[in-house]
Design a protein around this ligand. Structure first.
Ligand SMILES: O=C(O)CCC(=O)C(=O)O
Length: 295
């Protein structure tokens, strides 16, 4: 029987599946499925996969690996057998848990997006986020990556509801834009899920700092899930999946190897932090505000 959203309660366990990702899509999917099963056996109620968990993080691969992704509301059994999304729906339903499905390359009307789907414990699609900020950077002596050469950007912000609490979804580079998480938290998100894949240049410098900053700015939980590091890959991921609490502290952190990172979301702790330092109530909205076009 499916877990009802309400049963997550004020404290629940989440699992970040820091999986290895290789060129074999079916192997990536089997590994993801196996790790979801393991996290379920360890009582996780929500699991998250990394950015691009079914495909190497490489512009050359995105169009080739891209699949269609159904809209929010699509139920178990109503989408393509054998697809990545169907695997996520089956896994969520079989184990009665929420799956934040990392991200995958999505093809839609000739465009390719970096898209995250989230699935409820009944296997219904509850969120679909297309990466809003494309990762285009050029750091001399470090890394150059231009997602915009291949990918198109999404145009909306994403939350979904779990038993009265909201969860926000953003993908990797999206975390660098503080207005986005501010708006998600303004919409009620208490947990921000970020499938991501920082690299060996920006990872050590910015990954933890950004995750902690977003958690502290918004007094929310931030959970960021990376692929495991493959030193021989064309893109070497930093790893270090982590969970930060509303006080801005790292409460769980992986190293670079393949592993499942467990952590607890404690909504009482979140309320305590928000009551003791009530920055949201103290904002000078008479002086400034941030708005968004799709709200
Ligand atoms: O912002 C960064 O440094 C890394 C971002 C990234 O790798 C991505 O958006 O996929």
């Amino acid at each position: 029987m499916a877990v009802q959203a309400e049963s997550l309660g004020n404290k629940f366990k989440i699992a970040l599946l820091q999986v290895s990702v290789g060129a074999d899509k079916q192997a990536n999917l089997s590994l993801a499925r196996k790790k979801i099963e393991e996290a379920h056996a360890n009582e996780a109620k929500l699991v998250m996969l990394p950015e691009c968990f079914n495909c190497p993080y490489d512009n050359k691969c995105f169009p080739e690996y891209a699949e269609e992704v159904p809209e929010v509301g699509t139920k178990l059994g109503d989408f393509k057998p054998g697809s990545t999304v169907e695997m996520l729906q089956n896994a969520a339903a079989e184990h009665s848990l929420y799956v934040v499905g990392g991200s995958i390359p999505e093809i839609s009307e000739g465009k390719v997006y970096n898209t995250s789907v989230s699935v409820s414990p009944t296997g219904t699609i509850v969120a679909k986020h297309r990466k809003v900020h494309l990762f285009d950077i050029d750091v001399p002596g470090g890394i150059r990556f231009m997602e915009s050469e291949v990918l198109s950007a999404g145009n909306s912000l994403t939350t979904f509801e779990v038993g009265g609490m909201k969860i926000g979804v953003a993908i990797c580079y999206d975390v660098r834009f503080p207005e986005l998480s501010l708006l998600l938290s303004g919409r009620g998100a208490k947990l921000l899920c970020i499938p991501g894949a920082f690299n060996m240049t920006t990872g050590p410098a910015h990954w933890e700092l950004l995750m902690r900053a977003r958690a502290l700015d918004n007094q929310m939980y931030v959970a960021a899930c990376s692929p495991a590091r493959d030193p021989d890959g064309s893109y070497v991921a930093w790893g270090h999946s982590m969970v930060c609490n509303p006080w801005g502290m790292v409460i769980a952190e992986a190293d670079e190897s393949e592993q499942i990172l467990y952590s607890e979301i404690d909504l009482e702790r979140l309320s305590e932090v928000r009551q003791s330092i009530p920055v949201t109530k103290q904002k000078r909205s008479d002086l400034y505000s941030v708005t968004v076009s799709d709200f």
